[in-house]
Design a protein around this ligand. Structure first.
Ligand code: SAH
Length: 348
């Protein structure tokens, strides 16, 4: 098959058959693919890169995802929780730096009941009404999601991790189910959140068929945001001896996602920046248009270790925004200080 023709077709129709997708996911010759994705992104979002201040507010977690460094059974993890005041102080610093979205991410920590979380969200929203609040705190009940939305949360990030039930069962303990995770995503959408999903690239036992299934699931969900990043091993997990994911596959998938979901907000993730010094820039060139620098208090940044060597300094840190601005400008893009909501309409 002529690959450029396949890419043109993907650009025009926003879809492709499984074999074509597999070919594109694994190609070493990505120039035309990245150029098509960059063109698509420009049509919807111009040269803007949107920034989110990431506050990792707890690394306590009741779950035992086999890949994750903050899993409950990792006894070597040093645990912390931030208070509402700690979080408001992060927001104040973030606001001063120019952030207009705050992302509250954490493990599934039962300390943060609906009451505690709703109070945190409404306090942020009343102090910064011009800002968006994004939550990323895992699977909760419909009532909980609804209460948090009513308290003012605008967006929710919940990666499905893998859309293949067999693969999901290899990455998670029996107590967790893909079905429940998917249901949470559809409920979040129904409630009215801007919803983000996504998956790891190169997680143990993942096949090309799994990745095609991931793309098919996203087609059904049509999320506003799609986050992907390479799997990276963590020494304190059962997956410590597995290979990290492939940078190439990850970049190809960002470009494919941009072509399939032109309107999507797609971050160039910390995991991408960790796997290669220029990984984040490569993500932008492949079609990503969001970056989430770390706004957590300095003392806890190294404790939110989902995987080994996770970056939290330089332009990965919220204070490194001017460095980030320069790096982005060198690529022909610009940091936008808008809230950066999803745009479903082509601008050109
Ligand atoms: N508890 C929340 C937040 C999870 S951390 C939730 O369940 O949604 C955010 C993301 O980090 C996860 O969704 C997962 O895709 C990613 N992650 C976790 N461990 C990782 C690892 N070892 N390598 C790469 N990414 C990882």
């Amino acid at each position: 098959m002529n690959m450029n023709f396949a890419i043109d077709t993907l650009y025009d129709t926003r879809d492709a058959d499984g074999d074509t997708l597999k070919l594109l996911i694994d190609t070493d010759d990505s120039g035309y693919l990245f150029a098509a994705a960059a063109k698509r992104r420009r049509e919807y979002y111009g040269t803007d890169i949107y920034i989110r201040g990431l506050i990792e507010f707890t690394n306590y977690c009741k779950n035992n995802c086999l890949y994750c460094g903050i899993r409950a059974e990792n006894v070597s993890a040093v645990r912390y929780r931030l208070t509402k005041d700690d979080i408001l102080a992060c927001c104040s610093e973030g606001y001063r730096l120019g952030f207009r979205t705050f992302v509250l991410q954490g493990g599934e920590d039962m300390y943060y009941t609906d009451g505690v979380l709703c109070d945190m969200v409404s306090s942020i929203k009343s102090a910064y009404p011009d800002c968006a609040v994004t939550l990323s705190v895992g699977e909760r009940s419909y009532e909980s999601y609804k209460a948090l939305f009513e308290a003012g949360a605008d967006r929710y990030l919940l990666r499905h991790e893998t859309a293949s039930p067999e693969h999901y069962a290899k990455l998670h303990p029996k107590s967790m189910s893909l079905e429940n995770r998917k249901q949470c995503l559809f409920e979040l959408k129904e409630i009215g959140y801007q919803v983000g999903s996504g998956f790891m690239v190169g997680s143990p036992y993942q096949t090309l068929d799994c990745l095609v299934e991931d793309l098919r699931f996203l087609r059904k969900l049509e999320p506003d945001m799609i986050g992907i990043g390479p799997f990276l091993p963590h020494a304190g997990t059962p997956f410590n001896a597995f290979e990290k994911g492939s940078l190439r596959r990850c970049l190809n998938l960002i470009a494919i996602l941009r072509l399939m979901f032109p309107y999507a907000l797609i971050p160039s993730t910390t995991a991408l920046g960790t796997i290669h010094p220029d990984g984040r820039e490569m993500g932008f060139m492949a079609g990503a248009n969001v970056v989430m620098p770390n706004l957590s208090p300095n003392g806890v940044r190294e404790l939110y270790t989902l995987y080994d060597n996770k970056l939290h300094t330089g332009s990965e840190a919220a204070e490194g925004l001017s460095e980030l601005r320069e790096r982005v400008a060198a690529l022909g893009y610009n940091i936008s200080y808008n809230r950066g909501d999803v745009n479903r309409d082509c601008r050109v």
